[in-house]
Design a protein around this ligand. Structure first.
Ligand code: FES
Length: 111
């Protein structure tokens, strides 16, 4: 933990995630899906759809969102919020890139 109260943890490099794909990361009992967009932005969401906990890491990444593989809900990669008429949100985690290194802030995990 640093002076800003964040809990940045290096979790790999950009090359670890396929473009428009994802990679899973397990932290304690939580599985986090890291997504890489076609523009090389990286986002982190808990790997559980707000609908019925579908594995978002197996979804399709498009337009800043991921479509759940189970029933096609569309979830914002940035906020974790379900889009359109669907309601609910998946926990999202702040991500930053330092050169090629991916850092995620796990402060929200203990909240
Ligand atoms: S579990 Fe994701 S849409 Fe149903």
């Amino acid at each position: 933990m640093n002076a800003l109260g964040n809990n940045w943890v290096r979790v790999g490099t950009l090359d670890d995630i396929p473009v428009r794909g994802s990679r899973k990361l397990t932290v304690g009992e939580t599985t986090i899906a890291l997504f890489r967009t076609s523009a090389d932005q990286v986002f982190a969401l808990e790997d559980a759809c707000p609908h019925k906990k579908g594995p978002l890491s197996e979804g399709i990444v498009h337009d800043g969102c991921v479509t759940c593989p189970l029933h096609n809900w569309v979830i914002s990669l940035e906020s974790g919020q379900a889009q359109g008429a669907d309601e609910g949100a998946t926990k999202s985690f702040p991500v930053k890139l330092s050169d090629q290194d991916i850092l995620i802030d796990l402060t929200g995990l203990s909240a």
